[in-house]
Write a protein that binds this ligand. Structure first.
Ligand code: GLC
Length: 582
């Protein structure tokens, strides 16, 4: 062999090997790689409002157990439970006083084990909320830490001794006056709480605290749960030098409050100690300050999380409507950013939002049903893991309280007081919260037309929407054309078509302000989804040959949309059509 040839081989072989390795690596972290959590359809249950089994007016675990057949009938494949741990309920369970026990209102650990088994028997996974940016001020760690400056638990939280003067201002999302530092006379010091004063922030810079959290996560993972939803975790990594905030900091809020470099370190450590050891999925509430943060959190090579959810889309809904073109831009932007690598969550509703059909559809008697079905079609046909909030499958609507006494949510009530103290226009504020308060999404699940919607035999902890007599599961189960029956079909369509999970997404007719149309291609199929987001008839020109399109779903009687072979389609108000293109 001559030297020249040998040199060529020596240089070519390693680069071939490198190339091959790269291929393997790319394959293993590409968006197209199959994973159970990508194919999951997650149904979120707000236990407090789902079903009460003992007549105390509060939903509970045995209530959920009694409705397992309903949950299974939806066809969903995973349940995400809002926090069920011991809690004094300042923020409905997001203030945990014991991470290894069940809230008294909700039942016992035995009930939990039975629920987990009931779900697993039905091949449904269970994802638990993990609330570790903060605990309750009634957690033993905080009680000990607050008792003395030398307590071994002092450094589990953030304290600022009063001799240093008042701490630099930090914004509290929930508290009166939005002051995130609370003075505590016992040790003449302030503690930090980004949420309510009963939710002191945990100090993630303390390795002992981190270890406690990982051990607690293992406790639940050992029980066999299938995933964790990390609540407000981006706030865990903060700038603890607490520099005074510059002018205009509000515009760049998270820059100072959250997503500091420590975040990735903590997530990797959590992955190493917990996620990597179990077959669990992980999803973060919030997707960072920018796309890079989001990528870094969910890039499989970095061993942090499986997915995150971003808020840009839910934040668009305002009392006077929203721009569909903007909504399309947001979803398309996020999709393209994760087209090759990483994974996203798809959602437009949860327990922190008012009702889906009120915000993004139309809850008038004429359009509630078609718009609820159209929204279900949207969520179930996008790329990413869909999250669906309980009750939206019935097309439940905002209750629109007119008396502040009816509200229960700490955020809404404190903001009411803040606005009042400021002398704001309280009529305008009441209108605003009738549209946006989280309590709208937390009124009890409407099971049937009996007293209290079949939710409780006692007095419900929050009022029930009076429209339960006509909007309820029992009625909708019997009606083949109800939003509920449609929801089951669209869920099944997603399960039958991996194209809807992994297929490439392409936006069509992007400037159309009424119609959202897109293609999903892959897994051997090409599917077209056309959704009229408006209360008017609408048209779209897709410039696409749809001559042989086969309609798979239509939320009106099949075939009511009119199309010509060139892709010019006329749709009824809120019409949703899914077809397969040949
Ligand atoms: C998250 C939860 C919300 C809670 C807050 C504080 O945003 O979704 O319900 O109030 O964190 O824990």
């Amino acid at each position: 062999m001559n030297i020249k040839r040998a040199l060529i081989i020596l240089t070519i072989i390693p680069s071939l090997i490198a190339c091959k390795n790269k291929e393997v690596q790319q394959e293993s972290n590409s968006s197209a790689e199959k994973q159970w959590w990508k194919e999951a359809i997650v149904y979120q249950i707000y236990p407090r409002s789902f079903k009460d089994s003992n007549g105390d007016g509060v939903g509970d675990l045995r209530g959920i157990i009694s409705k397992l057949d309903y949950i299974q009938s939806l066809g969903i494949t995973a349940v995400w439970l809002n926090p069920i741990y011991s809690s004094p309920n300042d923020d409905n369970g997001y203030d945990v006083s014991d991470y290894r026990n069940i809230m008294k209102d909700f039942g016992t650990m035995k009930d939990f084990d039975e629920l987990l088994k009931g779900l697993h028997d039905r091949k449904i996974k269970l994802v638990m909320d993990l609330v570790v940016n903060h605990s309750s001020d009634e957690h033993e760690w905080f009680k000990q830490g607050r008792s003395s400056r030398t307590s071994p638990y002092r450094d589990y939280y953030h304290w600022w001794n009063a001799e240093r003067g008042k701490p630099p201002y930090r914004y509290s999302l929930f508290d009166l006056n939005h002051d995130a530092w609370r003075y505590d006379a016992t040790t003449n010091a302030y503690y930090l709480h980004y949420f309510s004063r009963k939710q002191p922030d945990l100090n993630w810079e303390n390795p002992k605290l981190r270890q406690e959290v990982y051990n607690m996560m293992k406790f639940w993972a050992d029980k066999g749960i299938d995933g964790f939803r990390l609540d407000a975790f981006q706030f865990a990594a903060k700038d603890t030098t607490f520099k005074p905030l510059p002018k205009g900091y509000e515009k760049n809020f998270t820059q100072y409050y959250a997503v500091q470099p420590g975040l990735h370190k903590y997530l990797r450590e959590m992955n190493d100690q917990v996620f990597s050891k179990y077959n669990v999925m992980s999803v973060a509430e919030g997707a960072g300050r920018n796309l890079q943060d989001a990528h870094d959190m969910v890039d499989a090579d970095r061993h942090e999380l499986n997915m995150a959810y971003a808020f840009d889309a839910v934040d668009l809904a305002k009392p006077n409507g929203y721009s569909l073109v903007k909504l399309k831009q947001v979803f398309t932007h996020w999709d393209s950013a994760f087209a090759d690598k990483g994974w996203l969550s798809i959602f437009l509703a949860n327990h922190d939002q008012a009702r889906l059909v009120t915000r993004f559809g139309n809850d008038s008697p004429q359009f509630r049903e078609p718009s609820a079905k159209m929204l279900a079609t949207f969520i179930m046909t996008m790329r990413g893991t869909p999250y669906w909030y309980n009750g939206d499958e019935l097309g439940m609507t905002n209750i629109r309280f007119t008396d502040v006494k009816d509200y229960r949510d700490v955020q809404t009530l404190n903001e009411y007081q803040n606005q009042k103290n400021k002398g704001a226009d309280m009529n305008a504020f009441m209108k605003q919260i009738a549209f946006s308060s989280r309590d709208n999404g937390r009124t009890p699940f409407q099971w049937d037309a009996s007293a209290n919607a079949g939710f409780t035999t006692g007095t419900p902890w929050i009022k029930i929407n009076p429209n339960y007599t006509s909007i309820n599961a029992a009625v909708e189960e019997k009606d083949a054309n109800s939003p509920l029956s449609y929801f089951k079909k669209i869920v099944q369509l997603r399960k039958d078509n991996l194209t809807l999970v992994y297929g490439k997404y392409t936006l069509l007719d992007k400037g159309n302000d009424k119609v959202y149309a897109y293609l999903r291609e892959g897994e051997g199929k090409k599917m077209l989804i056309v959704l009229n987001f408006s209360k008017d008839s609408a048209e779209t020109n897709l410039e696409l040959n749809i001559a042989n399109a086969k309609v798979l779903m239509d939320n009106y009687a099949a075939g009511s949309s009119v199309a010509d072979a060139n892709g010019h389609i006329k749709l009824k108000p809120y019409e949703a059509v899914v077809c397969e293109l040949k």
